[in-house]
Design a protein around this ligand. Structure first.
Ligand code: MN
Length: 138
């Protein structure tokens, strides 16, 4: 299980996200604004961040750009969360450096599928795994 930082200003959404993540066995860190979240990301090194896009002050996309620019936090996976039904939100999230995107309200299965996929892609290769095919074989 992973250590996950939630950056979310809406208390009801924060409560739900905490509940879902803890239920799945993750340990959860919380921040209600981007500045606090960025500081926690550096000091506590979570494996993954759930980043609300709409935050007071600095928004989640600007915060993600800063996270991904900082070598101390660049390796942390970021899932953007938005309630906006804007068509280009996903594109803007990707452009800011977010690794995935989820539309609120949070749904248990989608949240965990997204988290599990991101965490799995970050695991170091198993020593038992066969060697990857080499481009030299072509
Ligand atoms: Mn918000």
């Amino acid at each position: 299980m992973a250590r996950i930082l939630i950056i979310e200003d809406n208390p009801a959404n924060m409560k739900l996200a905490c509940l879902l993540l803890r239920h799945a066995g993750h340990s959860v860190l919380c921040a209600v604004d981007a500045e606090t979240g960025l500081a926690l990301a550096r000091t506590d090194q979570p494996e993954l961040i759930l980043m609300d896009i709409q935050l007071p002050g600095m928004d989640g996309l600007a915060a993600t750009v800063l996270l991904k620019q900082d070598p101390l936090s660049a390796g942390i996976a970021v899932i953007a969360l938005t309630a906006l039904a804007m068509k280009d939100d996903q594109d803007r999230s990707r452009a800011a450096g977010c690794d995935a995107y989820i539309a609120k309200p949070l749904q248990y299965r989608q949240l965990h599928a997204t988290i599990d996929a991101l965490l799995a892609s970050r695991l170091p290769p198993s020593p038992d795994a066969p060697p990857a095919a080499s481009a030299g074989d072509l």
